[in-house]
Write a protein that binds this ligand. Structure first.
Ligand code: CTP
Ligand code: CA
Length: 228
């Protein structure tokens, strides 16, 4: 069980986390998804609860266990995730660990798409999903004091992630290489680089739990100004 510290460094702070993949329906029985397991998000939630934070965990359909001691809001699509995030604000900090689908299918129907005798192949119109991280980062009112995103990249990881941080307007980006050969997407370990306005710090490859604990300590330092 998670060790909840009522008097931990994050006591009294409300932190929002998005986690897991989203599922975007094609029809009532099919969907578009991605390889996110949700385990990094769950580990971050557990690490923040252990430092005394009040955590709201907005999760898509993930394989990972749910974190303990959090308020959980389960969603399916990116649009539902955005709504749940907006309903949760204001918060002190927000961490966007979800692998949000970039597109949904326009006019996903209520009836199953059937094969035809002629062998016609269906085509789908895709529509871009709302960028939840960018929208929260760019809020004029009710912006969290600390907004943290992940940048999932397969090439030019640091350059792409650095651009992503400024484009979206978040405070910190954790860049990770999700190339299949790293085994990170869906695996037990993570290898991240923290990018902030003051520089780039490469963290050693470690369990997702250890990465989460380090991140939780950095968040506590940033929100409280206390270094311990
Ligand atoms: N994100 C989000 N909403 C989206 C897409 C992404 O909140 N619709 C968040 C993710 O949770 C992550 C960050 O934005 O924290 C970066 O996600 P990523 O997929 O790496 O970036 P994109 O902007 O979608 O760019 P691309 O996939 O084209 O690299
Ligand atoms: Ca994306």
């Amino acid at each position: 069980a998670t060790n909840v510290l009522q008097n931990g460094p994050l006591a009294g702070r409300h932190i929002l986390i998005t986690s897991g993949p989203t599922h975007e329906p094609i029809d009532p029985v099919r969907y578009i998804a991605n390889r996110s397991s949700g385990s990094q998000g769950t580990a971050i939630a557990n690490a923040l609860v252990a430092l005394g934070a009040q955590v709201t965990f907005v999760t898509g359909p993930a394989r990972a266990a749910l974190p303990e001691g959090c308020r959980v809001i389960a969603v399916e699509t990116a649009r539902e995730m955005r709504q749940a995030v907006e309903d949760t604000l204001p918060v002190d900090a927000a961490i966007f660990a979800a692998a949000v689908a970039d597109w949904h299918v326009r006019n996903a129907g209520n009836s199953k798409i059937k094969k035809t005798a002629k062998g016609d192949i269906p085509t789908f119109d895709l529509v871009e999903n709302p960028d939840i991280l960018a929208q929260v980062s760019q809020r004029v009112t009710g912006r969290p004091d600390l907004v943290i995103g992940f940048a999932a990249e397969t090439n030019d990881v640091i350059a792409n992630a650095t651009k992503k941080r400024t484009r979206k307007g978040c405070d910190w980006i954790l860049a990770n290489d999700v190339s299949p050969e790293t085994g990170i997407m869906g695996g037990a370990e993570n290898d991240v680089t923290l990018i902030t306005s003051s520089g780039v710090t490469d963290w050693p490859r470690a369990s997702k739990q250890a990465v989460a604990q380090r991140l939780a300590r950095e968040i506590a330092k940033s929100l409280t100004g206390v270094h311990n």
